[in-house]
Design a binder for this molecule. Structure first.
Ligand code: PLP
Length: 362
């Protein structure tokens, strides 16, 4: 992250200093400017900046409940293999998450299984474009239309990814973004946004994010405090201008991994025919020998991570779900290893990672 943010100097520090000296820190022109341009970038009518990604998703569901489009206790189908924030957002709004298995090849929600889970109480679907790969939204949209369900996108890992020429964030009824520092578009701290074409929803999200107020000191709704500040907005606006270029560099790294890594115990991710469908927030490989591989990589100076070691239904926070059997989800959580991925990895570094993986032996 240091290397990435240094590559935006000297503009980054100048922007931060300018904002610090401006005397205006919330609800100002920098937030407006970023919201306008991020909406344009995604191809939607509205963007509402909020405090973080979890709040972005939570506020979407809170707004639907507040508007009467969802009722407390309604079921929302969510991927079983996601970062826990996706599921917490549903729970925080008083709704019931129903966990759905993914497709093994993409790790994204399986539209056929999703439809099997639709009940009388199901009112919405949340898709997560996991690792930066866009979900198959035609099929998801099909199920949603036939069953009359809302579609909410978790775009915390998919900034700039496209499905059939349309950006994630513009593929459902509403979408939540995270600008956590390590995301493809990252702030210098916490930040998030909601994107949607639904003006009434955007307005309600904006009110709920600001204490449920419609005007200063007037509070028709029970809201929270979750705001994008001027400093983060200024930083994000600057970094947005290079997002497509950075995503292209991530794809280059991914291609080199795909060409270079050859190992019988390592499964590489499936590449999409449509280049733009994956922005490689994370480059995943799978191996039943995870612990040994990670040790081998570490011994060769290569850091690796696991996204994520414990599936949500095995977490204490979701105690009621512990009895579920979700074999694909469990396999992903057992076998996934994330290799270094950044738009600024050098050819030498990528080569060293490939070499380290290929020389792994039991
Ligand atoms: C990062 C992330 C979030 C949460 O974003 P925060 O800004 O950290 O609250 C939600 N969902 C997914 C899939 C994420 O990766």
């Amino acid at each position: 992250m240091k290397r990435i943010n240094e590559s935006f100097e000297p503009e980054l520090s100048a922007t931060v200093a300018e904002t610090a000296r401006s005397g205006w820190y919330l609800f100002g022109e920098r937030v407006h400017g970023f919201e306008r341009d991020f909406a344009r970038y995604c191809g939607v009518e509205h963007c509402v900046g909020v405090g973080n990604g979890l709040d972005a998703l939570t506020l979407i569901f809170m707004a639907y409940v507040s508007m009467g489009r969802l009722q407390k206790g309604d079921e929302v189908i969510v991927p079983a293999n996601t970062y826990i924030a996706s599921i917490l957002a549903v729970m925080r709004a008083g709704l019931k998450p129903v966990l759905c298995e993914p497709e093994w090849e993409t790790c994204n929600i399986d539209p056929a299984r999703m439809e099997e889970l639709v009940s009388e109480r199901t009112k919405a679907i949340m898709v997560v474009h996991l690792y930066g790969r866009a979900c198959r939204m035609d099929e998801v949209g099909d199920v949603a239309r036939r069953r009359g369900l809302l579609v909410v996108e978790d775009c915390a890992q998919s900034h700039g990814a496209c499905y059939k020429g349309k950006k994630t964030g513009a593929l459902g009824d509403a979408a939540g973004f995270s600008f956590y520092p390590g995301k493809n578009l990252g702030a210098l701290g916490d930040a998030g946004a909601v994107t949607t074409d639904d003006g009434a929803l955007a307005e309600r999200v904006r009110m709920l994010a600001n204490y449920g107020s419609s005007a200063k000191y007037v509070h028709p709704y029970v809201g929270i405090n979750s705001r994008l500040d001027e400093l983060q907005a200024a930083v994000l606006h600057l970094k947005l201008s290079r997002l497509d270029e950075d995503n292209a560099r991530r794809r280059d790294v991914a291609h080199r991994y795909m060409e270079g890594i050859r190992h019988p115990a390592v499964v590489l991710p499936r590449m999409e025919e449509d280049e733009e469908a994956h922005v490689f927030h994370i480059f995943t490989i799978f191996t039943p020998r995870r612990e040994a591989l990670q040790q081998h990589l570490a011994a060769h100076g290569v850091q690796s991570l696991v996204h994520y070691p414990i599936p949500p239904h095995r977490q204490g926070a979701l105690a009621g779900y512990a009895g579920l059997s979700l074999p694909l989800t469990e396999r992903i959580h057992r076998e996934e290893v994330s290799l270094p991925m950044s738009p600024l990895l050098t050819a030498g570094e990528v080569g060293a990672v490939i070499e380290a993986v290929n020389t792994f032996c039991e």
